[in-house]
Design a binder for this molecule. Structure first.
Ligand code: NAI
Length: 285
């Protein structure tokens, strides 16, 4: 089997748009699925603005050339002939399982890889929603996808060796990313370490122990982190942090993974971080 040339991405939010961009910039043809016309428009605008920024920074010659390789549509049937599909919709197990059931019905290529960018939902749950669990794996990118080099490769107990190796070559040779291998456990390597750290920072702030600014400055200046945990939470999205914490708690039943009340309230209030203009900090739209 040669290189992958036809990719599908489901969801054109923060991550889906980033994954689409790196695939198209690597010369691949990408069909992106969104849930409504409005969301497709927003996804297209997200792609255009990121590509235009890349041009302004001298990292890309021609944004239009890349956009020409991308089609954002609402009809999932258009994924039929894709060789690899990466699902990047909201972190919701029922929604993702439904997508994998649909993918199994729609994607006709017999060797196609069905991948998820999930941060914390067991790959096995998605794999068994299909009739081809050997071809399902986690391919977990990091935000912002065009910038961060890491991808976690997550085979489930049922993933075929051939699928994992093809996924690895796609990520490393075609997209130019670095990969690490993780077992199919909630949080994989990075989030299992990072999310309890962010939750501790939220608890510290919630208890009045220190301000967000001081907590973040402490880690930036005292531990050489490029940004503090609360600024990072705003970047990732508080709804995503909450969903990952819940999956980790579900899996390991450890209090350190429990979502603090402040995080719950902020998510209920729609204060999701950068994407809504306000989280622990306020952002100009
Ligand atoms: P997001 O909320 O920015 O984007 C999700 C997109 O999926 C939205 O545009 C929504 O309209 C679309 N969508 C929802 N249901 C759909 C459906 N059935 N069909 C097609 N499109 C649908 O979320 P984000 O942050 O991009 O996260 C997506 C996935 O990536 C989640 O599984 C998350 O855990 C994972 N992830 C997130 C990271 C982050 O830093 N935010 C990092 C790595 C992984």
């Amino acid at each position: 089997m040669g290189d992958i040339t036809r990719v599908g991405v489901i969801g054109c939010g923060l991550m889906g748009a980033g994954i689409t961009e790196v695939c198209a910039r690597a010369g691949l043809d990408v069909v992106v699925i969104e849930s409504s016309d409005d969301a497709a428009k927003a996804g297209t605008a997200r792609l255009e603005s990121s590509l235009n920024r890349a041009v302004e920074r001298g990292k890309l010659d021609n944004a239009q050339e890349v956009l020409d390789r991308i089609r954002v549509v609402t009809d999932m049937e258009q994924l039929a002939e894709r060789e690899l599909v990466v699902e990047a919709i909201v972190e919701d197990e029922a929604a993702k399982t439904a997508v994998f059931r649909e993918l199994d019905r729609i994607v006709t290529s017999p060797d196609a890889i069905l991948a998820s960018n999930t941060s914390s939902i067991p790959i096995m749950k998605l794999a068994v929603a299909t009739s081809r669990p050997a071809q399902v794996m986690g391919i977990h990118f990091f935000n912002p996808v065009p910038v961060l080099k890491l991808v976690e490769l997550v085979p489930s107990l049922l993933t075929a060796e051939e699928t994992t190796e093809r996924g690895r070559s796609f990520v490393q040779d075609q997209l130019g990313k670095n990969s690490i291998d993780c077992q199919d456990r909630a949080g994989f390597v990075v989030n299992m370490l990072l999310v309890p750290f962010i939750l501790s920072a939220i608890r510290m702030m919630e208890s009045g122990f220190a301000t967000p600014e001081d907590i973040d400055q402490g880690l930036v200046l005292g531990a050489a982190h490029p940004q503090g945990p609360l600024a990072l939470a705003d970047l990732i999205g508080l709804d995503t942090i909450k969903a990952i914490a819940e999956s980790l708690y579900d899996e390991f039943k450890e209090p350190l993974y429990a979502s603090p009340p402040l995080l719950e309230r902020m998510v209920s209030a729609g204060l999701l971080g950068r994407k809504t203009g306000r989280g622990f900090y306020t952002y100009a739209k």
